[in-house]
Design a protein around this ligand. Structure first.
Ligand SMILES: [Zn+2]
Length: 313
C-alpha cells in the first residue's frame, strides 16, 4: 500500500486527447492530513498563547500584590511617624504655655541674661519655606515611591525642627523657673531701690534693693528656683542674709532675717520658705531687704515682681 502509485486519466471528449497523471499515495495522504490538522494546530497555538498570557497576568498580579504590601507597610510607618510627631507637638504645646505674669517678668530680664539662657546665640526662626509648597511638589511626582520618599523626608525635616524647638522651649522654661518673679513676702514697699536719705545717719545713701514691711517671724519665700549660695550673718549691715543663685547669672538676696532655715548648697523651688522676717543688721524695724543681681549688677527687683501682688497697695 505505501508503495502504490495511481494514474488519473483525463480525456477530452472533443479532441480525444488523453492526459495521464500518475501520483503516489504517500504525498497525497500527507497533504490531506496536513490540511485536516491545520485547525487543530491553530487551536493548540491559541491555547498555548492564552496560557502564556495568563501566566504573565499572574506574575504581574503577584508583583502588584508585593508592591501593594510594601506601600501598606510604608503607609503604616508614615502613619506611625505622624502619630509620634503629633504627640511631640502636643507635648511641646503643653510645655510652651507660660504663666503670662511670669512671661512678663522674663521679658524684663537683661538681654545678656536672656542670651545666656538661650545658649548665647540668637535664635533665628528658620523659615518654613522648605516645606510650604510640598503639596505642589507632591503632585509633581509621578510614582508613589517618589511621593513616599518626599513625605518621609518632609517628616524627617519636621522632626528635626521639633527637636530644635523643644530645645528652645526647654531653655526658655529653665529661664522662666530661674526668673525672680514672686513677691518674697506680702507687704508695703517702705523703700525702693535708688538714692535716698540714710535711715540711720541721715546722709546720702544708695539703697540697693527693696524694703518690704513685714511682721516679725513672717515666712520669707524664695522668688525663683535655685541653689542657696550662702546663708549666715553678714557683718556689712544685712544681718542674717540668705543669697540664692538661680543660674543664668541671676542671684537674689534676703536680708535682716530673724532666722533662716537653709544652708549653702540647698536646692530651692520658687515659693519655698527660706527664713523669717527680722530686724537684724543695719535695720530700723521689722522688714525684708530684697535684692536682685544679674551678672553681678543690681537690678530693680520691683520690675520683676509680677507674681502675687502685695496684700495692701
Ligand atoms: Zn533695704
Amino acid at each position: 500500500m505505501p508503495g502504490r502509485r495511481y494514474t488519473i486519466v483525463v480525456a477530452d471528449r472533443t479532441t480525444g486527447v488523453v492526459r495521464r497523471i500518475t501520483v503516489s499515495a504517500r504525498p497525497v495522504i500527507a497533504a490531506v492530513c496536513a490540511v485536516a490538522s491545520l485547525p487543530v494546530l491553530i487551536g493548540v497555538g491559541a491555547a498555548w498563547k492564552a496560557r502564556a498570557d495568563v501566566a504573565g497576568l499572574y506574575a504581574s498580579r503577584q508583583a502588584l500584590q508585593t508592591e501593594n504590601a510594601s506601600y501598606r507597610t510604608a503607609t503604616q510607618s508614615l502613619a506611625g511617624e505622624i502619630d509620634s510627631l503629633q504627640s511631640a507637638i502636643a507635648d511641646l504645646g503643653a510645655k510652651s504655655r507660660l504663666d503670662p505674669n511670669l512671661a512678663r517678668a522674663m521679658d524684663r530680664l537683661p538681654a545678656l541674661v536672656k542670651a545666656r539662657a538661650m545658649g548665647g546665640a540668637a535664635t533665628t526662626e528658620r523659615t518654613v519655606g522648605d516645606s510650604e509648597n510640598y503639596t505642589d511638589t507632591l503632585s509633581a511626582f509621578a510614582t508613589p515611591e517618589d511621593t513616599f520618599g518626599l513625605l518621609r523626608s518632609l517628616l524627617g525635616g519636621i522632626q528635626s525642627r521639633l527637636v530644635d524647638v523643644k530645645k528652645t522651649v526647654d531653655r526658655r522654661n529653665a529661664l522662666a523657673t530661674a526668673t525672680p518673679s514672686l513677691w518674697p513676702i506680702n507687704g508695703w514697699i517702705t523703700s525702693g531701690m535708688g538714692y535716698r536719705e540714710d535711715p540711720i545717719n541721715g546722709g546720702a545713701d544708695f539703697h540697693p534693693g527693696l524694703d518690704i514691711a513685714g511682721d516679725r517671724g513672717e515666712p520669707v519665700h524664695v522668688t525663683a528656683a535655685g541653689v542657696v549660695k550662702q546663708a549666715g550673718y553678714d557683718g556689712g549691715g544685712y544681718g542674717n542674709l540668705v543669697t540664692v543663685d538661680h543660674g543664668f547669672g541671676l542671684q537674689t538676696r534676703y536680708g535682716h532675717l530673724l532666722s533662716y532655715n537653709v544652708k549653702a548648697g540647698d536646692k530651692v523651688k520658687r515659693g519655698d520658705v527660706i527664713g523669717r522676717v527680722g530686724n537684724t543688721g543695719r535695720s530700723t524695724g521689722y522688714h525684708l531687704h530684697y535684692e536682685v543681681l544679674a551678672n553681678g549688677r543690681l537690678l530693680n527687683p520691683l520690675q520683676l515682681l509680677t507674681q502675687q501682688r502685695p496684700r495692701a497697695q
